[in-house]
Design a binder for this molecule. Sequence first.
Ligand SMILES: N[C@@H](CCC(=O)N[C@@H](CS)C(=O)NCC(=O)O)C(=O)O
Length: 280
Amino acid sequence: MAELVKTNKMFGGLVKRYAHQSTQLGCKMHFSLFTPPAATNGNKVPVVYFLSGLTCTDENFTQKSGAQRKAAELGLALVAPDTSPRGLGIEGEDESWDFGTGAGFYLDATVDKWRQYRMYSYITEELPALLRSLPELDVDNASIMGHSMGGHGALVIGLTKPTYKSISAFAPICNPSVVPWGQKAFEGYLGEGWQEAGKRYDATELVRQYNGPVLPVLMDTGTDDDFLEKQLHPWTFEKAASGKLEVENRMQPQYDHSYYTIATFIDDHLAFHAKHLTSS
Ligand SMILES: N[C@@H](CCC(=O)N[C@@H](CS)C(=O)NCC(=O)O)C(=O)O
């Protein structure tokens, strides 16, 4: 089980930071967990994952979003994982902010040098299995959200694993195969043939092939987000998802790519997920 490294009380609930040795990634990892006041006396609460963006650890969301106030009120647990393996000692892992450390892209790398970059399996298998040892969490009653690279992760994971009841994203990278951040990641982690291999990690490509249940999706992106035109393309996903998912794609005037935007709209996202999760 994970080792509890720090606990802070917040809005009547608890912010806990855990460390554990990851078998998928082969290194020590941290994640943050918020449990609401409802998670006491043997009560199990639903889980909402938040996948962070480039350069983040588990702590950006935990410290900057203010999500805990609403999560406490709604009785939701929040899980914030890290964004890549750490300290593997791979040559070049710390050279750029959009590849390597802090930029795992929520995929399983196939290039030998990066074979320990298995964030897709870490988030979808190892972490839920680990969380099962916490009796206050209803691990099978979960939703997923994320920001930017993490928005991409939330869409891809939500579309490929039937576990999640609803998906939401802030400024997601919606069509990574055709934008610089995604192309750099796919080429680096997936190597030769990444154009084809990358399709299983491209939300727009995935939704084009999708024929599963009509999942609810909420997306918020700021019109003053500097990455909107070059990297995000929420409109492409919305169009591709038409008739397949229930997408609400909101453009927020003057908001940018930062945690100020996330903090502004996080309550809407949590209320949206609470509607789709069952409370015990
Ligand atoms: N490299 C740029 C862009 C990185 C960036 O905007 N990262 C977003 C996710 S894509 C983030 O959440 N940064 C951390 C923070 O704002 O706390 C920077 O560091 O300002």
